[in-house]
Design a protein. Structure first.
Length: 374
């Protein structure tokens, strides 16, 4: 976690020195994202190792940090941008992310490090025992668990729409004609309700008669969230969006407090531990593996786009549409020229009525000789 905090802070600090949008993508998306990922998984594992009976409440309290940030970051971002600009805002956020290092320092193992004598005695005892099967680096045995498969399918469908409303609710309010500050207040309302919803739901999930049925409570939370989204689509004014944010914050907090509790209840904490770190006792290999995975992802997306996605040829309809204005201008100029020549070709003293009489005679089968028509 401490190294992850350094990565997250470094990404924000480098983003403050960016000269293009690509630099910001790399710094905040790759470097900061990798650092936050290194913070998230260890904190989840250690939390569930520290707590057993009170684990739902612990998950709810820890998950409450997300809505606190949701409440604070929106107005904080506006204040930082107004006073310090976007570069200063990134720099200050990088300093705030250094607190992840302090949080990582508080993650202490349940059993202290053993003395050298204890390690020798343990090695002798393990040599006398029968050899045990080693853990695999990639444990696919979880896919044999029906409960995990059901959870994975449901969670994959859930995330398709779970994070959409918080992303678009501000733009939705602006489209209705509300001010930027007033629209950003919706996220603060949502996060404020979420702060109290997560610990409360964790406390309820920890009850004796509720905890064995925690999966059904999680299902109700997802259903509640989906119904809230469907009803909110009919909101036509700002008060309607405020009511939506209140109920969405409540349902969103229930989902956030229960999703990891249900997952841990199905799979267990041992499936989330790092086999590579347990085998090597060296964090260098962990970061090498993580870096190789990120580099592989960049190569896949680059080569896949270059080799598999061909440039579409220009459609003829598009070419016609692009060339149509020029051709119409030429045609209009030709018509104007023909009209002017026709007027100049009319002999002096010939009235418009005689010409019309000539045309009428030709249509009625008369002679087409100009002299006869005149």
């Amino acid at each position: 976690m401490m190294v992850g905090g350094l990565f997250a802070s470094l990404g924000m600090i480098l983003a403050s020195l960016a000269t293009s949008i690509i630099h910001i993508y790399i710094c905040t998306g790759v470097i900061t994202g990798l650092g936050l990922a290194l913070n998230f998984q260890p904190s989840l594992i250690m939390l569930n190792r520290y707590f057993s009976e009170r684990r739902p409440l612990a998950n709810g309290l820890s998950a409450a940090g997300s809505p606190v940030a949701l409440c604070c970051l929106s107005p904080l971002g506006q204040v930082l941008q107004y006073h310090y600009g976007w570069r200063g805002g990134f720099l200050i956020l990088g300093g705030l992310l250094l607190n992840c290092c302090a949080c990582g320092a508080l993650m202490r193992p349940l059993v202290g490090p053993k003395k050298p004598q204890d390690k020798e005695l343990q090695a002798v005892g393990e040599a006398e025992k029968k050899p045990q099967l080693k853990k695999k680096l990639l444990d696919f045995s979880v896919f044999k668990d029906r409960g995990f498969l059901i959870y994975a399918i449901a969670a994959s469908i859930m995330v398709l729409g779970l994070f959409v409303p918080p992303v678009f609710v501000v733009s939705y309010a602006k489209e209705m004609g509300n001010e930027d500050t007033k629209s950003a207040l919706l996220l603060t309302i949502l996060g404020f309700v979420d702060i109290f919803a997560r610990p409360t739901c964790g406390l309820i999930a920890g009850m004796k008669w509720v905890r064995p049925r925690c999966v059904y409570l999680f299902s109700f939370a997802i259903l509640f969230n989906g119904i809230t989204d469907v009803i909110s689509s009919q909101a036509t004014d700002y008060p309607g969006l405020v009511v939506f944010c209140i109920f969405f914050g409540l349902s969103y907090g229930m989902v956030g407090a229960l999703q990891f509790e249900v997952l841990m209840a199905i799979v267990g904490t041992k499936k989330f531990s790092s086999r590579l770190l347990d085998a090597t006792h060296n964090y260098m290999y962990v970061f090498l593996l993580a870096g190789c995975e990120v580099i592989l992802a960049s190569i896949v997306i680059c080569m896949g786009n270059f080799l598999c996605i061909k440039k579409k040829p220009d459609e003829p309809e598009a070419n016609l549409e692009n060339g149509a204005p020029a051709e119409m201008e030429k045609l209009n100029s030709l018509l104007e020229t023909d009209g002017g020549d026709h007027e100049r070709a009319q002999p002096a003293g010939v009235s418009g009525g005689s010409v019309e009489a000539k045309e009428g005679a030709e249509k009625n089968g008369g002679l087409g000789n100009p002299e006869t028509a005149l």
